[in-house]
Design a protein around this ligand. Structure first.
Ligand code: DQA
Length: 142
């Protein structure tokens, strides 16, 4: 199985960014954590992070025909981006949405998710483990 993990804006700042909400571990540590899990499961994983909406759309389009599943934390674009939603619909790749924090318990503007209208599942508030759960779901279902 080939999985693409996409992270949106400011996820590259993990470790520095609001550690009380997102924890003290870095983006590099996140990638190492996911990579170690994928090695165990024989999953071919690749990673993409961007602070730019259009670049994320381009990456989703480039996954067409060569990727079995997408795990995406669209970060702030979760709450605004019809373009990312449409890109996911365009390629038709199975997708799980992940949030490190529990967005349900945060500001009202975080209660809307456009990507959530397409994703098979949304995992929130589990920290880095949410990414593992997302891959587990793509592999084995619920
Ligand atoms: C986030 C939650 C979003 O509301 C926020 O804009 C982020 C990160 C999360 O992982 O908890 O950047 O997606």
């Amino acid at each position: 199985m080939k999985i693409l993990v996409i992270n949106g804006p400011n996820i590259n700042m993990l470790g520095t960014r609001e550690p009380d909400i997102y924890g003290k571990k870095t983006y590099k540590q996140l990638l190492e954590y996911i990579t170690a899990y994928c090695e165990q499961k024989d999953v071919e994983v690749s990673f993409y992070q961007s602070n730019h909406e259009g670049d994320i759309v381009d990456m989703i389009q480039s996954a067409y025909g060569n990727t079995d599943g997408i795990v995406i934390n669209p970060a702030a674009y979760t709450h605004t981006s019809v373009a990312i939603l449409d890109a996911l619909k365009s390629v038709g790749i199975r997708t799980v949405e992940v949030h490190i924090s529990d967005v349900d318990k945060r500001e009202p503007f975080r209660q809307i998710s456009y990507v959530g209208l397409y994703a098979e599942k949304t995992i929130k508030g589990l920290g880095f483990d949410g990414y593992i759960k997302a891959i587990e779901y793509l592999l084995y279902g619920d």
